[in-house]
Design a protein around this ligand. Structure first.
Ligand code: FES
Ligand SMILES: [Fe+2]
Length: 464
């Protein structure tokens, strides 16, 4: 293996499937967390929230990341802008963002600073300064007294911000992830529920708990009763995908890598598929499937003859669930089979957004640092779904204790690893990470990209 001092650059994307290791400094070091504030967060596109939260002109929400607070606001029917949440006079936040509030939302005709009353319109222009002549003309330059704006764009119903004035466009940053995931029309989905918690682990420890199904056998062993969980994982540029793998090619179909798939093959697939989908739905907090899919799966045993092969069971299920949804005014996107296959199970968009997608639903996570403490993070999860128009539930952010009662039993099992991974990684007895070269490439690729931004923590290949 290379000596650490030999490593001056990250591995290439073609090497993420090699046996390798990456250091734990990124998870536990206060100096590393401080460096992230300079080298990572100000240089990446990050998901700030959902477009659905700001439907009317003047609607805004705040997004806080480390020491920064951003205001995202709809300034015209088809324009969303982002400003740093700070008054140019003496630096008061324009919108107070207390730590116990995950996101502040409201509607403004203009922003009036609470300290000395300087006022700004929706376009960020200063419209009022008390006793402006006292500055002897210095404040006549509108650039000196307006709000500071930053890059802002939307994709899939999410709003993204980037603090780097010279950043590449969002579309380029998303790359193949956009090409594939556009077909799922996330912009037509709405929040079903949304919850957050301050959790005692690093933001990367938290997001990595949701990046690979390799942990299912060890963490969610009850699920082995319903399906097989062998998985692949691979990079797409900065981002990555994981999906269920078929060891036997005869079971492969366009849905077999996704969450909506055949249940255990050693059982009647009409029954095992229903049981798998129902279990996913009920134990993942009514996400990872929909009621329509569960009900359609329940009928499989009545609608299909015994001995129907698994791929035909799935084709029938998708058709009948789609027809059921059409009757209640929910349209499915047309996803070409090769895209469904390529889309797999779940995506990680660098650095901190995770999407587990289905035709009409998505289960999503985002994690962020909490203060300067590398051992704490803000953990958020939310479910999106396509609803009949006018029937969207419009839930608010709920601060929820990390328990099975609040999050479902499967997420509670994931929580029960995160804190102890955070502690374990600090042991001098820990020789370093050993990610699975086939099933955990998404994590390895994350560290490849992260180390490039950070200029440290490069993954190191093992000699074979
Ligand atoms: S700090 Fe905003 S008006 Fe003085
Ligand atoms: Fe899990």
């Amino acid at each position: 293996m290379n000596k650490p001092e030999d490593i001056i650059r990250s591995i290439s994307i073609d090497e993420v499937g090699e046996p390798l290791t990456y250091p734990v400094e990124a998870f536990i070091s206060p100096e590393y967390a401080a460096a992230e504030k300079e080298l990572l967060w100000p240089r990446v596109w990050q998901m700030a929230g959902r477009v659905e939260d700001i439907p009317q002109v003047g609607d805004y929400f705040t997004y806080n990341i480390c020491d920064e607070s951003i205001i995202v606001i709809r300034t015209a029917p088809d324009t969303i802008k982002a400003y740093y949440n700070v008054c140019p006079h003496r630096g008061r936040q324009l919108v107070n963002t207390p730590d116990d509030c995950n996101q502040v939302r409201g509607r403004k005709a203009n922003f009036v600073c609470g300290f000395h009353g300087w006022t700004f319109n929706l376009d960020g222009e200063n419209t009022y300064i008390l006793d402006k002549p006292d500055w002897q003309g210095v404040l006549d330059d509108p650039e000196r007294i307006c709000l500071s704006s930053l890059n802002c764009d939307t994709w899939g119903g999410w709003v993204y911000i980037n603090m780097d004035p010279d950043c590449a466009p969002l579309e380029e940053f998303l790359g193949d992830a956009k090409r594939i995931l556009d077909h799922f029309e996330f912009d037509k989905m709405r929040y079903k529920w949304r919850q957050w918690s301050v959790y005692p682990c690093n933001w990367k420890t938290a997001i990595e708990a949701f990046m690979e199904p390799y942990h299912v056998a060890g963490t969610h062993s009850q699920l082995l009763k319903y399906g097989e969980y062998y998985a692949y994982s691979k990079p797409y540029g900065l981002h990555g995908v994981s999906g269920f793998d078929e060891r036997d090619a005869q079971h492969k179909n366009s849905q077999s890598s996704s969450v909506t798939r055949v249940g255990r093959k050693d059982q009647d697939p009409r029954i095992s598929t229903y049981e798998l989908i129902r279990e996913n739905y009920e134990t993942v907090n009514y996400a990872a499937a929909t009621e329509t899919l569960v009900n359609a799966a329940k009928r499989l045993v009545d609608e299909l003859p015994e001995g129907t092969p698994g791929n035909e069971v799935i084709a029938h299920l998708m058709q009948s669930a789609k027809a059921d949804d059409a009757k209640r005014g929910v349209t499915w996107p047309e996803i070409p089979p090769e895209i469904a296959a390529e889309a797999g199970l779940a995506w990680s968009l660098f650095p901190n957004q995770t999407i587990l997608q289905g035709a009409t639903f998505a289960l999503c996570y985002r994690t962020r640092p909490y203060g300067d403490d590398p051992n704490k993070c803000i953990f958020e999860s939310y479910a999106l779904e396509r609803f009949p128009e006018g029937e969207e539930p419009k839930p608010e952010w709920m601060n929820a204790e990390p328990t099975a009662e609040k999050w479902g039993s499967v997420l509670a099992q994931d929580f029960d690893n995160m804190e102890w991974v955070q502690r374990g990684m600090k042991s001098r007895g820990f020789r370093g990470t050993l990610p699975n070269p086939h099933q955990e490439q998404k994590i390895t690729n994350f560290h490849r990209v992260l180390s490039e931004y950070m200029g440290r923590g490069f993954p190191r290949l093992f000699d074979k």
